[in-house]
Design a protein around this ligand. Structure first.
Ligand SMILES: NC(=O)c1ccc[n+]([C@@H]2O[C@H](COP(=O)([O-])OP(=O)(O)OC[C@H]3O[C@@H](n4cnc5c(N)ncnc54)[C@H](OP(=O)(O)O)[C@@H]3O)[C@@H](O)[C@H]2O)c1
Length: 525
């Protein structure tokens, strides 16, 4: 389905509504990347900054300073970044002239995170740029392990590079998940960071929120009256949120053994998508208004008691199998994974939201590794019609309407309803109405980090996670971990790599008369 056609008369009627002025409040600034030679910098941060520059979206002037342990010259770091860009850029080939102009703003500062003298060197470097905005307006990106967030913030403050007064330009700290490993450590981290920076200076990144289609969840809900009035317990029977990954743990076994799917995916990405899908309308599009509503929703999630966890939450772990035609070893035999590991690579759970809108509507969330497809989607299953009219032809239950919001790949929306099969007999069959972003708007999809870096530079925190959101999400997740405590995985928890998860996940939905709908390739429009 195309919502607009190349018909000039129809185009005249289209109202293209800009929600922002198109111009952000972008002041000249320096971006300091702590962890300059890391994987995140090479894969995501530098390609994102280059593309912002390419699209003339960077503030002018700007500087990028890499901070890491190993000694190297500016030139050597630029060469490393150029090579990384060649590998990870979303556009090919790299525009060498644009790169040359971009790279002239890129510098390197060698130092240990705990070494105060290194921050003094950094300060001299910033002052040497000769523009007070470049020395004072600082976006400090902590692309480091979370255990180093505190020391970097403390040293930045000790060197008077950041301060809470707001009197000398602005300074912001961008931090990467995981934001703690449980509620207690998240609180401790938040307390530590807010010693040196205000909560308003902390930008906690969940890159899922930078995805166009995740942002579109809000726009879709609140700019279309036909769906929003159905968005409640009266019309919706249940909701499924799936974030499936095809890849296994690969070389990240060590990290994953500490984390598992619940902390790695559910605590942040899945609960964030759930919050956007289910929250009330904010009073405005201001960051705090949206985040207030997300927190209200997260706090309305029923926290399972330890004895309920085994009924409401399923965990799984992949065994050897085949994914995308290639053999995949069992999780327990992956690098840096304990041979008896009970860490979950899959979680499926039933979530209830105790508020007026959603009372009694189950939200089924699932995520896993080594599944058959890499896909994220929200599927809204509407209540069935009374089946009196079609009971004879269609059996006890006619397939109910469903709306699928595909977050990736092939971002778009599909509405499923029933249609009559042509012919003399009365037969009904589900058909699909399909909207695809690519078909409608072209293939331009900026990387999530581009959007997020731009918002952080302009000081808009809408797409970043506030302290109380993190803490509400951990409250829910900690209760599940409490229910799992001391329990090893049961036989029913294992699933073959390349399948849609353990049988126990199917049984969870079957108990409530529901079945998982696996992400599928959309029908050709
Ligand atoms: N990789 C991803 O795609 C990804 C995605 C989402 C989140 N994250 C998160 O982002 C963070 C960084 O991950 P990463 O994969 O980029 O890490 P990484 O590859 O291990 O890189 C670590 C970086 O930190 C520097 N470093 C480490 N200890 C240091 C010290 N004591 N003093 C100064 N520099 C030090 C290293 O410098 P040297 O090279 O000079 O030693 C290197 O530049 C982690 O919190 C991770 O969970 C990563």
């Amino acid at each position: 389905m195309r919502v607009s056609e190349n018909d000039p008369a129809l185009l005249d009627e289209l109202l293209v509504c800009r929600l922002d002025s198109g111009r952000r409040n972008l002041e000249p600034c320096s971006i300091i990347i702590f962890g300059a030679s890391g994987d995140l910098t090479a894969r995501k941060l530098v390609p994102a900054l280059y593309h912002l520059f390419l699209g003339r979206q960077m503030p002018m002037p700007f500087r990028i300073i890499g901070f890491a342990r190993r000694a190297k010259t500016d030139e050597a770091w630029r060469e490393e970044l150029h090579e990384a860009l060649t590998r990870f850029s979303r556009t090919r080939p790299i525009d060498e002239e644009v790169w040359r102009q971009f790279a002239a703003n890129v510098h390197y500062c060698q130092g240990e995170f705990h070494e105060l003298a290194a921050y003094t060197r950094l300060k001299h470097l910033l002052r040497g740029f000769g523009d007070p905005s470049l020395a004072n307006n600082l976006l400090c990106y902590l692309a480091t392990s979370p255990s180093q967030f505190g020391v970097v913030a403390e040293r930045l403050s000790a060197a008077a590079l950041i301060d809470k007064s707001g009197e000398r330009g602005w300074q912001r700290l961008v931090i990467e998940k995981p934001f703690g490993a449980d509620l207690a450590s998240a609180r401790q981290l938040n307390t530590e960071l807010t010693r040196y920076a205000h909560e308003t200076q902390l930008f906690r990144i969940d890159h899922y929120l930078g995805k166009e289609t995740v942002q579109n969840l809000l726009m879709f809900r609140f700019s279309n009256s036909i769906f929003e009035r159905l968005w409640n317990r009266d019309a919706i029977e249940h909701v499924q949120i799936t974030v499936s990954e095809q890849h296994g743990v690969g070389s990240r076994g060590g990290y994953y053994e500490e984390s598992g799917a619940l902390r790695d995916m559910v605590q942040n990405h899945l609960l964030q998508v759930l919050a956007l899908m289910a929250m009330e309308a904010p009073v405005s599009l201001e960051a705090e208004a949206i985040r207030d509503e997300k927190v209200k929703l997260l706090k309305a999630i029923r926290v399972w008691a330890p004895e309920q966890v085994l009924q409401q939450v399923v965990r799984g772990q992949y065994t050897a199998g085949t994914v995308a035609g290639k053999p995949r070893p069992a999780y327990r035999t992956e690098e840096k994974v304990a041979p008896e590991s009970s860490v979950e690579t899959y979680v499926a759970l039933r979530v209830l939201i105790d508020n007026w809108r959603w009372s009694g509507v189950p939200f089924y969330l699932r995520t896993g590794k080594s599944l058959p497809a890499a896909a994220s989607e929200v599927r809204v299953q509407f209540r069935p019609t009374p089946h009196v009219l079609f009971a004879a032809q269609c059996g006890p239950r006619l397939d109910a309407n469903a709306l699928t919001l595909r977050l990736q790949p092939d971002e778009g929306i599909t509405l499923r309803f029933n249609g009559k099969v042509p012919g003399t007999s009365l037969q009904l069959r589900p058909v699909r109405m399909h909207f695809s972003y690519d078909a409608e708007f072209g293939a331009y999809t900026p990387e999530a980090y581009e959007r997020l870096l731009l918002e952080a530079m302009s000081g808009d925190a809408t797409l970043f996670i506030r302290r109380d959101e993190v803490e509400a999400a951990w409250t829910f997740v900690d209760a599940i971990r409490e229910g799992w405590k001391g329990r090893t995985l049961e036989n029913a928890s294992f699933y073959e790599a390349g399948t849609w998860g353990p049988a126990a996940a199917d049984a969870l939905l079957a108990r409530y008369g529901h079945t998982w709908r696996n992400p599928q390739a959309p029908a050709t429009p």
